[in-house]
Design a protein around this ligand. Structure first.
Ligand code: NAD
Length: 732
């Protein structure tokens, strides 16, 4: 079956229906585009056709381009990939421009056939770029539908004319949240913003009526008419000048220049605004090609779209275990984490028993959801009815009997093995034999905690990050005895609450904390060495880390760092490598500089907790050295220290799949998303160069930079991670 089919009614309206077989949402493939091209030709040539309506056979219009194909376009283009990509993109422009001109006479702009889009729901990416080329867009009055161009989120930008058309339709300023931030909105807001034309209950009927009634002038796009002026002003207009200068500064401050797509998008908009429409499309295609040719876009698409999606769909789920969706979850401990876990579970429609030591604590945990829901209602994000239904799912209690019919328990009590063992036993006494028990511990070995359970094969780690409702990643930890059903249950639960899972084996700090703690420590170590804190922080941000290491430890708190340091030292004994870091941490702790919550840490804060600048007290205690390192040296220390830990996690068998290593790093702690993750980053710089840098860094700064055997072997063989382990099933 083809993706697009056409049927012409007795009214003379040709309805082209997009309905990709076997997919819940339409995505555009190259074959699909060819079919559409042919159908448009047929309809324009057929005298019986008075007008055309483009619609979808699904309850949404389209989710976008098949990004797998974009990723492969380069490979398909042979010896001159940039030319191949550019020509492919220009071909897309040709089809969309044909729709837009619809057979009009180029001189008189008369004689075309009206083409309208009827969108039953969500229209994203190419799913909106295509309608933008039609003459009028009708969308169903469906508050759940999302309209927008989110390409920037995966490291590209709208390259099928969406950038040029949206800017010409709305003006650069109004278009910027949609293009630069990938903002998506419901139909009513899309209409208010001027992206779509009509929101109606029956878009197909309305579109048909419109095409039958349309006059020549209705078909002509403003930018094809004489005297067109860009809304808000073109670059050399005084108002436009302000917009473009401002946008440029804003993009640079947000991206620090590491995201090629944001810069290329701005260039396409600016340069495109200076020339006629068809030239602007060509400029857009050139910049789009440059982004597709940049290794960053390929790595971002691979990690943030293809592999993130694969993990969410259960790529690593044990295949032969039947559906383990959770009906009722028991959350033990209604503190910071337990309250968040209860909230996201109830939001997903799961019944929750939230248990704490006393009723007040349990109620406080539920109050977290109440406050969250009230905010949602006041901001019109959810209705009062939905908020009430969500809250009614949470039962706050102290009674273990209430857990009797839970099929999953998530334990989030104090980080103390004795307390955890006590609650594990208490739960085992009331739950049935099928119940899976998960602990949210951040530091305690799962295999040890499982010893308190009567069913260690039903015991697992489900490690959330804080704040639970915001953080996208959940780390699932397999203990030595954990069975497949527990893994499947954890994965099915994570899918229900719409987060992205990675499954790792049990080892100190699992995966995310194993990599992020050395990042923080490297920053602190540099303070001790006399490296300027401003250099450390800016180097981190300029390489795409969301927070510098010193800001990060201020957020997570110095006392937590000190606690982890003491426990790690006790466990490692003489092998403990971080004495230099501890000196700084313990000094900070003794000074009461515990981070943002204390109003002082590596930064100072005002009474509202707003950062005021780097601390003078820290500067006095750890004076800056007369000679400062090069920016790249600082950046390499910060990136290698995390990436090498990811490689070691792979060598040790903690990570079982390189895709999880990369996706987990970006979603878990914000590892430079432009790079596609730590393993993608090493692939980008190449194993031979990475090994060489390891040798230099370890000679200068210590054994933590020693080249792992795996990386050395890859350097000798000139291999990449994705080459060695495979793009799709990347089992290490
Ligand atoms: P918290 O101190 O905010 O909450 C713990 C809650 O457990 C408290 O409400 C306490 O009253 C309750 N509790 C203690 N003993 C209990 C018992 N015997 N029975 C019932 N309830 C009991 O702690 P938190 O930050 O929510 O951390 C909870 C767990 O999550 C810890 O294991 C921690 O390591 C882990 N974790 C924390 C974070 C984080 O960022 N805070 C992140 C990931 C995992």
């Amino acid at each position: 079956m083809t993706d697009f089919t056409m049927e012409t009614g007795s009214d003379g309206v040709a309805v082209i229906t997009w309905d990709v077989d076997g997919k819940s949402m339409n995505v555009l493939s190259l074959e699909g585009l060819e079919t559409l091209d042919r159908l448009i030709d047929d309809a324009l040539a057929d005298e019986a056709v008075k007008g055309i309506v483009l619609t979808s056979g699904k309850d949404s219009f389209a989710a976008g381009m098949d990004l797998n194909i974009i990723a492969k376009m380069k490979d398909m283009a042979g010896d001159d990939p940039a030319r191949g990509v550019f020509e492919g993109v220009m071909d897309m422009h040709r089809v969309l421009r044909k729709i837009e001109r619809a057979g009009m006479d180029p001189k008189t702009n008369k004689g075309g056939k009206p083409i309208a889009s009827a969108l039953p729901g969500t229209a994203l990416g190419i799913g909106l770029e295509l309608p933008l080329a039609t003459h009028r867009i009708f969308v169903a009055d469906n508050a759940k539908a999302k309209i927008g161009l989110p390409e920037i989120m995966v490291g590209i930008f709208p390259g099928a004319g969406g950038t040029t058309r949206l800017v010409r339709k709305m003006g650069a300023m109004a278009a910027s949240p949609f293009l630069l931030e990938g903002k998506t909105v419901e139909p009513a807001k899309a209409k208010a913003a001027g992206i779509v034309d009509e929101v109606v209950s029956d878009p197909l009927a309305a579109a048909k009526a419109w095409v039958l009634d349309a006059k020549d002038a209705d078909l002509l796009k403003p930018w094809d008419a004489k005297g067109y002026k860009m809304p808000g002003g073109a670059p050399y207009h005084p108002a436009g000048f302000m917009t473009f200068v401002g946008a440029s500064a804003m993009v640079n401050s947000k991206t620090k220049g590491v995201y090629p797509a944001a810069k290329a998008l701005l260039s396409a908009v600016y340069e495109g605004a200076l020339v006629p429409f068809d030239t602007a499309l060509k400029i857009e295609a050139r910049w789009f090609t440059s982004v597709l040719m940049n290794p960053s876009s390929g790595a971002m698409i691979r990690s943030l779209f293809i592999n993130k999606g694969a993990l969410e769909k259960g790529a690593v789920r044990p295949a032969d275990v039947p559906d383990q969706q959770v009906k009722k979850v028991g959350v033990l401990g209604a503190g910071m984490m337990g309250a968040g876990i209860a909230l996201v579970s109830a939001q997903a429609g799961i019944d929750v028993v939230l248990l704490d030591r006393d009723q007040d604590a349990a109620d406080r945990g539920k109050a977290y959801s109440e406050t969250y829901a009230a905010k949602g209602v006041s901001r019109k994000k959810i209705t009062q009815d939905k908020a009430d239904a969500m809250l009614a799912r949470i039962e706050a209690t102290t009674a273990y009997e209430a857990l009797a019919d839970c099929d999953l328990i998530v334990e989030a009590v104090f980080e103390d093995p004795a307390v955890k063992a006590e609650v594990t036993k208490a739960v085992d006494a009331v739950t049935n034999n099928d119940c899976i028990f998960a602990t949210n511990t951040s530091t305690l070995p799962i295999s040890e905690l499982a010893k308190a359970s009567k069913n260690p094969e039903q015991f697992i780690g489900i490690h959330f990050f804080s704040p639970v409702e915001k953080m996208l990643l959940v780390e699932i930890i397999r203990g030595k005895a954990t069975g497949d059903r527990a893994v499947a249950k954890a994965l099915d639960f994570v899918r229900q609450i719409r987060k992205t899972p990675i499954v790792v084996n049990d080892a100190r700090f699992f995966y995310a904390n194993r990599c992020i703690i050395p990042y923080i420590n490297e920053g602190i170590r540099m303070v001790k060495e006399g490296v300027a804190p401003a250099l450390i922080e800016n180097a981190a941000k300029m390489v795409g880390m969301p927070l510098g290491p010193l800001q990060l430890v201020d957020e997570t708190s110095i006392d937590l760092g000190a606690k982890i340091a003491r426990a790690t030292k006790a466990a490692m004994g003489d092998a403990y490598p971080d004495e230099a870091v501890d000196e700084v941490i313990f000094w900070m702790e003794a000074q009461g500089r515990l981070g943002r919550k204390a109003g002082k840490g590596f930064y100072d804060y005002d009474e509202k907790g707003k950062r005021q600048g780097l601390s003078q007290a820290v500067a006095a205690q750890y004076p800056q050295a007369a000679t400062q390192p090069e920016l790249l040296e600082v950046q390499h220390r910060l990136l290698f220290v995390q990436s090498l830990e990811a490689v070691r996690a792979l060598e040790d068998g903690v990570l079982m799949d390189i895709r999880e290593g990369d996706v987990g790093a970006i979603l878990g702690w914000g590892f430079a998303p432009w790079s596609g993750g730590p393993l993608s980053w090493l692939d980008m710089i190449g194993a031979p160069y990475a090994a060489e840098r390891c040798d230099a860094l370890s000679a200068a700064h210590g054994a933590r930079f020693a080249c792992p055997d795996l990386l050395r072997d890859m350097a000798d063989k000139n291999q990449s991670f994705y080459g060695r382990f495979g793009e799709t099933s990347a089992a290490a």
